[in-house]
Structures are given as structure tokens and as C-alpha cells.
Design a protein around this ligand. Structure first.
Ligand code: NDP
Ligand code: MG
Length: 379
């Protein structure tokens, strides 16, 4: 039985997680959390009967409490409420599907309380991997990747733990602007960037995929999850999104995990690990797949990728600054306030002026975020 606290239940990953739970009699939801979407959260509470539900604002919590007054669910709010949901004795696993570094505190609290983490919320690992990984070891909890590439790598590592990894081959779809030169993306709009060719995801990560900042975040995520150096991680643009990532061993053998692009598979695997359960996903038809192609990413056209990798190599508080600047700029671009190139320009500005703190605490990570937000607001 998996008793799951689902943080970010109203989002793309959250809704797909609930779809998995619907088909798994051995899974129960102990908590559901959302930011503002109380209408959907109410529906989810009625269907999944969690003991706790959380929203960000107190006023929304009061509204939600009135809507579900007929049910035995406790309504809480804010990051404290999310943390309460994550450490609740009723749950053994926390699936983190909130977007952004708001997930850091609840994730750390959950690990301290001995919960396994099914991790979709990559921003948390990027900013606080140096805290999370040792803490998970100390508390003997598993970090089960939900991100499709990291789930693929995790699966390719099975049965090979004793063998040395030579390289992680991290695939990227290339997004809607694949093949374009830098000058060609100057005038693209948020609507253009939101048209992802292979995956339907939340708005923030879809923009992150269009400028390849998502892949930079994933390189940092892989660095922490799999204890590999940045030199060992290679990004391959693979537009078909069939090979979800690969691991190359010392003898040159390469293990790949393949499948139709469907996030329910990595979500389900994180929750059933080490078992595999049946699933109604589309199966690969190798005769219908005409090509599996791989290209080198173009760092000039997509400067977010090398910027992120350099933030990862610098380490300390720099990945948090890269991430915070991106969260800020990504939201401004979606609002039509800055250009597509403005996103990576803002990230570069924020990184340039930051004085790196080695081994930052959560307070220092949050202070770095505030410093970035304050600075970028003045531009
Ligand atoms: P969505 O934007 O679709 O959903 C985000 C969820 O988090 C919603 O439930 C939202 O609530 C909640 N949320 C948003 N802001 C806050 C906040 N400030 N405080 C608390 N809760 C908040 O995102 P996705 O599902 O696409 O992505 C979630 C995470 O998973 C991200 O880190 C992303 O990078 C990662 N991921 C996503 C993939 C995908 O296919 N979507 C693939 C791999 C990784 P509300 O609905 O009320 O706003
Ligand atoms: Mg991914």
C-alpha cells in the first residue's frame, strides 16, 4: 500500500498522478494541495477523500473549508500547511508536483519525517540538492524520480549499481523552436512557445522546454540524483521523444529506456517501484517509428542550456540564482512583459552580479531568491 501526500494535485503532473491512483487499488491519497484552483481541488477531495487539503491563501482555505464542510477533511494553508501535509503520519510517500522552489521546505520536512519522495518538482533539487541528497541518505528514504528522463536513467541503472557509469545521455525534444537560430526566436510569443510538439505540460515547464532552460535544470537534477559530474552528462536533442534517456557504462554498453511520451508511466513507476504494473498507455510500434535521430544542442541558439550548466558547475548558491531568475523571467514572458530572449538575458544578469555562497542553507537560498527578484524588478 502506498499512502501518498500529493503536493500540487491540480497541476499537469498532479492530475496524471490521480489518474494513476484511480487504477491502483493499493494506493491511497492522504493529502492534496493546490495554489488557487479550489474548484478542482474540491472535486478531487470528494473523489479521493484525503485527510488534509491545502491551498496557498487563508481566504481560499476558508472558502474551501465551507465548500467541503460535509467531509472529514482538515483544510490548511500556506507553505506551513503544505509541510503539515507532507509530514502527516498517514502518508509514507510524498509526490512533489508543485512548480518552483516553493517545494524546498515541504520536501526537506518530509525527508526528516522519513517519507519517500517521488520527485517531479525539479526546481527543489536544483536549488537544494546539496541538502536533500545527504539528508535522504541519513534518513534512509528513497528519492524516486518522476521526471521522464530521470526515471529512464533510474531504470537503466537497475542491476548495475556496482558498475561504473561513463556517461549519462540526457535526451531533449528540442521544443517548438528546434533548429532555429538565435535571431529567429527574437520575436516569438508565449503562445508560440506554449505549443510543445510532444508533451502536454504545465505552462512554466513548457516555456522552460522552449528555451532549453528545462534541460539545464535537468542536467543539475541528474547531477544530484545520480552522483555524476557535469563532465559525465551529455545532452542529446532527440525530437521523437521515444528514447527517454540512456546510461553508458565503462565497457561502452549503452542502456536506453524507451516508450511513448506519457508521463503516467514514470509517475506510476515511481509509485510502484520496484514493481511494474499494467498500464493502458500507447505501446511502441517499432515498424511505425520511421526515425530515431539525435542532434547536438545549439548553445548559441539556446543560451539557457550552457548558462544553467555553468551555474551547476559553479555550485553553491548559483543554481538557486539561475533557477530563481528563470522563475521570475519565465512568468514575465508568459505575461507578455519581456521578450523570449529577455528570459536568458535576465538569468545572465542575475548570475553575473551574484556573490556565490558555498553550501547555502535554506534561509540563504531563499535570501538569494529574494535578492534576484528585487534586482530583476528594478530593470
Ligand atoms: P502545473 O503548473 O501544471 O501545476 C503546478 C501545481 O502546483 C498546481 O497544483 C498548482 O496549483 C501548484 N502550485 C503552483 N504554484 C504554487 C505555489 N506557489 N504554492 C503551492 N502550490 C503551487 O505544473 P506541472 O504539473 O507541469 O509541473 C509540476 C512540477 O513537475 C514542475 O517542477 C515541473 O518542472 C515538473 N515536471 C513536470 C512535467 C510535466 O509533464 N508536466 C514533466 C517533468 C517534470 P494551482 O492549480 O491551484 O495553481
Ligand atoms: Mg523531463
Amino acid at each position: 500500500m502506498r499512502n501518498i501526500a500529493l503536493l500540487g494535485s491540480t497541476g499537469s503532473i498532479g492530475r496524471q498522478t490521480l489518474d494513476v491512483v484511480r487504477h491502483e487499488p493499493d494506493m491511497k491519497v492522504t493529502a492534496l494541495t493546490a495554489h488557487k484552483n479550489i474548484a478542482l481541488l474540491e472535486e478531487q477531495i470528494r473523489e479521493f477523500s484525503p485527510g488534509i487539503a491545502c491551498v496557498t491563501e487563508a481566504a481560499d482555505a476558508a472558502d474551501l473549508a465551507a465548500r467541503v464542510a460535509d467531509l472529514p477533511v482538515r483544510i490548511v494553508c500556506g507553505v506551513e500547511g503544505m509541510t503539515e501535509a507532507a509530514v502527516d503520519p498517514a502518508c509514507d510517500t510524498v509526490l512533489t508536483a508543485v512548480v518552483g522552489m516553493i517545494g524546498i521546505r515541504p520536501t526537506i520536512a518530509a525527508i526528516r519525517a522519513g517519507k519517500d519522495i517521488a520527485l517531479a518538482n525539479k526546481e527543489t533539487m536544483v536549488c537544494a540538492g546539496h541538502i536533500i541528497i545527504p539528508l535522504a541518505k541519513e534518513h534512509g528514504v528513497s528519492i524516486l524520480p518522476v521526471d521522464s528522463e530521470h526515471s529512464a536513467i533510474f531504470q537503466c541503472l537497475h542491476g548495475n549499481r556496482q558498475n561504473k557509469v561513463r556517461r549519462i545521455l540526457l535526451t531533449a525534444s528540442g521544443g517548438p523552436f528546434r533548429g532555429m537560430k538565435y535571431e529567429q526566436t527574437a520575436l516569438v510569443t508565449a503562445a508560440d512557445a506554449l505549443k510543445h510538439p510532444n508533451w502536454t505540460m504545465g505552462a512554466k515547464i513548457t516555456i522552460d522546454s522552449a528555451d532549453m532552460v528545462n534541460k539545464a535544470l535537468e542536467v543539475m537534477e541528474a547531477h544530484w540524483l545520480f552522483d555524476v559530474s557535469y563532465d559525465q552528462i551529455e545532452v542529446l536533442v532527440h525530437p521523437q521523444s521515444i528514447v527517454h534517456s540512456m546510461v553508458e557504462y565503462e565497457d561502452g554498453a549503452v542502456m536506453a529506456q524507451m516508450g511513448a511520451p506519457d508521463m503516467r508511466l514514470p509517475i506510476q513507476y515511481a509509485l510502484t517501484y520496484p514493481d511494474r504494473h499494467p498500464m493502458d498507455t500507447q505501446k511502441l510500434d517499432f515498424f511505425a517509428i520511421k526515425d530515431l535521430t539525435f542532434e547536438k544542442p545549439d548553445p548559441k541558439a539556446f543560451p539557457g542550456l550552457p548558462l544553467g550548466i555553468s551555474a551547476g558547475r559553479t555550485g553553491g548558491s548559483m543554481p538557486a540564482v539561475f533557477n530563481a531568475a528563470n522563475e521570475w523571467a519565465n512568468a514575465k514572458f508568459r505575461n507578455g512583459e519581456i521578450t523570449f530572449h529577455g528570459i536568458t538575458d535576465m538569468i545572465a544578469e542575475a548570475m553575473d552580479r551574484h556573490k556565490v555562497i558555498a553550501d547555502p542553507t535554506v534561509d540563504e537560498i531563499e535570501a538569494a531568491q529574494k535578492e534576484v527578484d528585487d534586482y530583476l524588478s528594478t530593470l
